[in-house]
Design a protein around this ligand. Structure first.
Ligand SMILES: *Cc1c(COP(=O)(O)O)cnc(C)c1O
Length: 393
């Protein structure tokens, strides 16, 4: 059936589904590397793009197609490109949209590896990049050069929870002929749909909220229009960072409960953020659902809810940060985020430790900063665990 006009929660269950010969009620796993052609003409037609048939799983596969259609419908885009990981998606975007001599502007507190791969490796091919606090659009304007091609933002940013204005970002980009890309991993399409604001490309680490069960690594790119999709799709195939059919199946399965998981973890996060804000050992809390967040109103206007990611600053800096990590019992000390289980990590000694100190400080990643990804456990147990751990810091 045509699922395009269904509401979000119905799309989660039905979009991307296709009829197969046995009437399967869920998407079957086509665990095959290659596909048999009916005859020589059919094989030739598949390669010429004149037949819809499948060729080879790095290029296309029914299970992966199903996820790509589903994600495109959730993000209101043209079509998805599933990748082996979120970083596979990032590299497909960089390689597909940038040429030698181009310049990219990005959020200073962007996901660490998205920045490191650009500064360390793409710079070898003459691609320049500038990282600014994109929560203030004036900083974007100031950074634009004649060779700027790409504006790559992450909102909320990682791990500082800064909110960039999607609508204003697009306006600036259009005026200057820039391609806009948004990392929507912290939100999932349940909370935020950058393409609706006019972004050209949205991508996700599926590893996080979308799969939601901490058992898959994956990524996906959704473009608003066919033109950019047709640039990116062959790049993903050439880079060989395709998804595996079994991985796609697990993500489709995880996605079915996205709304339920987001609602519950967001409800927990709101209670935990309020608890932390009152706690004497805590300097400040950054959570878009708290009126104390500097972009509280903007978050309300462009996100359906504040989400399940919280950052907070401990009194006592680096030492206090590491101590808290050693005291939690129920919360799992691990990087990653967006799963049903609550995770805690210390960016200065973990995810962002490879950034040099001055870049880290400029991006607002202080020594006592803790990143918290709230799961769907009973919130009272989570608060008890944080309470006992904070007592011992
Ligand atoms: C995890 C993450 C990525 C990278 O995704 P992987 O699946 O780990 O490769 C990119 N952006 C954000 C915001 C992330 O949290």
């Amino acid at each position: 059936m045509d699922t395009k006009d269904l509401k979000f929660d119905s799309k989660l269950i039905h979009a991307g589904m296709f009829d197969d010969q046995f009437g399967s009620a869920t998407v079957p796993i086509y665990q095959t590397s290659t596909f048999r052609f009916k005859n020589a003409d059919h094989g030739a037609a598949c390669f010429a793009g004149e037949s819809e048939g499948y060729i080879y799983t790095r290029i296309n596969n029914p299970t992966i197609d199903s996820l790509e259609v589903l994600m495109a419908e959730l993000e209101n885009g043209y079509r998805g490109i599933a990748c082996s990981s979120g970083m596979g998606a990032v590299n497909t975007i960089y390689m597909g949209l940038l040429r030698q001599g181009d310049h990219m502007i990005s959020t200073d507190a962007v996901y660490g590896p998205s920045r490191i791969v650009m500064e360390k490796h793409y710079s070898k091919f003459g691609i320049e990049s500038t990282y600014v606090d994109t929560t203030d659009p004036a900083n974007i304007l100031k950074a634009i050069r004649p060779n700027t091609r790409l504006l790559f933002i992450e909102t909320p940013s990682n791990p500082t929870m800064g909110i960039s204005d999607l609508e204003e970002t697009v306006q600036i980009a259009r005026k200057h002929g820039l391609i806009t890309v948004a990392d929507n991993t912290f939100c999932s399409p349940y909370l935020q749909k950058p393409l609706d604001f006019g972004f050209d490309v949205v991508f996700h680490s599926l590893t996080k909220f979308i799969n939601g069960h901490a058992d898959v690594v994956g990524g996906i790119i959704v473009s608003r229009e066919k033109g950019i999709h047709d640039l990116l799709r062959p790049m993903m195939v050439s880079l060989g960072c395709n998804m595996d059919p079994h991985q796609a199946y697990l993500v489709i399965r995880g996605l079915k409960t996205l709304s339920l998981r987001m609602e519950r973890s967001q409800e927990n996060a709101m209670k935990i953020a309020s608890f932390l804000e009152e706690h004497p050992r805590i300097e400040w809390v950054k959570y878009p659902g708290l009126p104390s967040h500097p972009h509280y109103e903007l978050a309300r206007s462009q996100m359906r809810g504040p989400g399940a990611m919280i950052s907070f600053e401990l009194k006592g800096g680096h030492t206090a940060g590491k101590r808290l990590m050693n005291q939690v019992r129920l919360c799992i000390l691990a990087v990653s985020l967006g799963g049903v289980e609550t995770l805690i990590q210390h960016p200065a000694s973990m995810t962002h430790s490879k950034l040099d100190r001055s870049a880290r400080e400029k991006a607002g990643i202080s020594d006592g900063l803790v990143r918290f990804s709230v799961g769907i456990e009973d919130v009272d147990d989570l608060i008890d665990d944080l309470s006992q751990a904070l007592e011992q810091v």
